[in-house]
Write a protein that binds this ligand. Structure first.
Ligand code: DX5
Ligand code: ZN
Length: 219
C-alpha cells in the first residue's frame, strides 16, 4: 500500500525561459499543485539556472507549491533568500561539505518544508542520519545539471531501499524522483515506492498536458 498518492511536479527548467510565469500558469492549467524549480551554481553542477529574484517574481503570480531544488556547493548561504522569495520546500544535496543537519533545521525555522537529495552514485546509507528530520527525500535519476537526460535504471533498487527504510522506521516523508521521468519510467519508480515525480521535458513536450497529468495521478 503506497504511503502517499502520486504527485506530479513539472520542472520549469524545461519551460519557456522568456515567459516563465506562462510556464508556471500552464502547470496550474493542467490541474497540478506543485512546480519544481532547479537552482544551479555552476560548481556543484556544470550549469546555471535561476536565482531568488526569479522565484520572487514567479511567486507574485502564482499560489502553486514551490518545490525548490538547490544544486549548490554552499546551500546554507542561500536558504534564507529562497525562503524569503517564496519557496515552500527547499531541498539540499547530501554530497557537498557543509553542516547538513543544521541547514535542515534552519530551513524549517524559516517556515519551509525540508528535503534531502542524493545523486545516483550516493548510497541510501548517506542520508540515514537525517531521515527522521525531512519532509521529502529526492533520489536523482540522472546526474544533476541538465534536463533532457536519459533515466538511470540502476537507481531503482536504491529507491526501493529508501522506501523500506521509511516503512521500517514508521516515517512519512515523500519520496521523489527527478530526471528522465515520463509515462514509461514513472510506473517503475512507483512500483519501487516513489510518490512524487519531477518531469521537465516530458511535461512541457506533452501534446495534452491535462491527460499527461491525469495519467500520473492514476499511477
Ligand atoms: C536536473 C534537474 C531536473 C531536470 C529534469 O539536474 O534537477 O529537475 O530539470 O528534467 P527532465 O525531466 O527533462 O529530465
Ligand atoms: Zn531538479
Amino acid at each position: 500500500m503506497a504511503l502517499h498518492p502520486p504527485l506530479l511536479a513539472p520542472s520549469i527548467l524545461a519551460g519557456d525561459h522568456a515567459h516563465l510565469a506562462g510556464s508556471v500558469a500552464a502547470i496550474a492549467a493542467a490541474g497540478l499543485e506543485w512546480v519544481h524549480i532547479d537552482i544551479m551554481d555552476g560548481h556543484f553542477v556544470p550549469n546555471l539556472s535561476f536565482g531568488p529574484a526569479t522565484i520572487q517574481a514567479l511567486r507574485r503570480n502564482s499560489r502553486l507549491f514551490f518545490d525548490v531544488h538547490l544544486m549548490l556547493d554552499n546551500p546554507h548561504r542561500y536558504i534564507e533568500a529562497f525562503a524569503k522569495a517564496g519557496a515552500n520546500l527547499i531541498s539540499i544535496h547530501i554530497e557537498p561539505d557543509y553542516d547538513v543537519p543544521d541547514t535542515l533545521r534552519r530551513i524549517r525555522d524559516l517556515g519551509c518544508q525540508t528535503g534531502i537529495v542524493l545523486n545516483p552514485g550516493t548510497p541510501a546509507s548517506a542520508i540515514e542520519p537525517v531521515l527522521d528530520t525531512v519532509d521529502l527525500v529526492l533520489a536523482m535519476t540522472v546526474q544533476p545539471g541538465f534536463g533532457g537526460q536519459s533515466f538511470r535504471e540502476d537507481v531503482l533498487p536504491k529507491i526501493a531501499e529508501i522506501d523500506a527504510r521509511r516503512r521500517d522506521r514508521g516515517l512519512t516523508f515523500r519520496l521523489e524522483v527527478d530526471g528522465g521521468i515520463d509515462l514509461t519510467t514513472a510506473p517503475r519508480c512507483r512500483a519501487a515506492g516513489t510518490d512524487t515525480f519531477v518531469a521537465g521535458t516530458s511535461f512541457f513536450k506533452a501534446g495534452d498536458r491535462a491527460a499527461f497529468s491525469a495519467a500520473f495521478a492514476a499511477l
